[in-house]
Design a protein around this ligand. Structure first.
Ligand SMILES: O=C(O)CCC(=O)C1=CC=C[C@@H](O)[C@@H]1C(=O)O
Ligand SMILES: [Mg+2]
Length: 373
């Protein structure tokens, strides 16, 4: 049984190697909150808040997550005797949404639990793969630069390539890329930049035989995606629309998508991610693990999750060096020939590089169980 002694929040900021631009926002300096949970037996688990500094992707931000953790989630959790991380869904049930804040604490407790069980996080979650295929996201830039990026990542061996599209940049860039790389396993992420009125334009994308188009319509929509999927051949993949296994069930029943991107932060944690994975497996809907421009702590959790059997499509789990000059784990998280080995060591299977965390840290907040009523 887990009895928590201390929870530490490490607030860090890193500058991305190159700004990450999408149809809805741009990230240059990436704030993160690293969540460290230490139990009375000295085991330590780590999680990460993957919300951004501003609410451009979901309604959550670093500030809202800090408030939820400090004022609600840590006080609710720190005195609990926890037999299994699944219990956190019940502990958190009084708190509506705020999934990324919840997921960060839940992930740390999953990591700690796996270490206490002396098992890898992958095995603890029900993983079956010993290695995972990795995909990579091409940043929005000039056509020439995007072609150059793709060439670079092909050399790295990545198995799937994702570009951002919007009504401002779609057909032309896809045509350019497909003419340079006719057989490239390519997908496009629209981040809700189209509406049902763009159905004819989205139908034109069928000519490119994309693996999928991710979240073409509204971030909270399931019904219009079902209408769109009836009109286009390209498989729709939902990201922002799916924040729980209930959303996933409704999307599957309505035919709103043929693929789902699972991000533990977006859906409230690893327990909910497994529920979505299992539901999709039962309904023959393949899933892949999305990314959030995160540090290697969340990336390590994603590797473990992506080792589950229905993660059959390479996810946004690229090398840490795709975005960062320094890794905060060792060994560094690195795709070799487009694959990553799933760690077999206990927990997330990587060591924390506390020196690099201290270099990036802007603030630290310590919560002792003994001090909380
Ligand atoms: O983490 C990565 O490598 C890619 C992240 C990524 O593509 C996204 C992160 C957050 C919001 C979006 O722009 C996009 C996505 O929707 O998947
Ligand atoms: Mg997306």
């Amino acid at each position: 049984m887990i009895k928590i002694k201390k929870i530490i929040l490490h607030l860090i900021t890193q500058t991305l190697k190159t700004p990450f631009i999408t149809s809805i926002g741009q990230v240059t300096d990436r704030e993160s909150i690293l969540v460290e949970v230490i139990d009375v037996d000295g085991y330590t688990g780590w999680g990460e808040v993957v919300a951004f500094s501003t609410p451009w992707y979901t309604e959550e931000t670093i500030s809202t997550s800090l408030h939820l953790l400090k004022d609600l989630l840590i006080p609710l959790t720190i005195k609990q005797n926890i037999n299994h991380p699944d219990e956190l869904q019940d502990i958190f049930k009084k708190i509506k949404r705020n999934n990324m804040a919840k997921a960060s604490l839940e992930a740390a407790i999953w990591d700690l639990y796996a270490k206490r069980e002396n098992k890898s996080l992958s095995e603890t979650l029900g993983g079956t793969r010993k290695e995972i295929d990795c995909g990579v996201v091409i940043g929005i830039s000039s056509t020439a630069n995007m072609i150059e990026q793709i060439n670079h990542y092909i050399q790295d061996g990545y198995k799937r390539f994702k570009i951002k599209i919007s009504p401002k940049q779609d057909i032309k860039i896809l045509d350019e890329i497909k003419s340079h790389f006719p057989n490239l396993p390519l997908m496009a992420d629209a981040n809700s930049s189209y509406t049902l009125k763009d159905s004819d334009r989205l139908k034109e994308l069928d000519q490119f035989n994309l693996l999928m188009i991710e979240q073409p319509l509204g971030a909270d929509d399931i019904i219009d995606h079902a209408k769109l999927q009836e009109k286009i051949e390209t498989p729709i993949c939902l990201d922002e629309s799916i924040i729980s296994h209930v959303d996933a069930r409704q999307a599957i029943e309505l035919g709103s998508c043929r693929v789902i991107n699972i991000k533990p932060g977006r859906v409230g944690g690893l327990t909910e991610s497994i529920k979505i994975h299992n539901l999709c497996q039962e309904n023959k809907i393949p899933v892949w693990c999305g990314g959030m421009l995160e540090t290697s702590i969340s990336r390590a959790h994603n590797i473990a999750l992506a080792s589950l059997p229905n993660f059959t499509i390479p996810g946004d789990i690229s090398s840490s060096s795709r975005y960062w000059d320094h890794d905060i784990l060792y060994p560094e998280i690195k795709a070799e020939k487009g694959k990553m080995t799933v760690p077999t060591k206990e927990g997330i299977g990587f060591q924390i590089n506390i020196k690099n965390i201290e270099k990036l840290r802007k603030a630290i907040m310590v919560f002792e169980a003994k001090d909380i009523m």
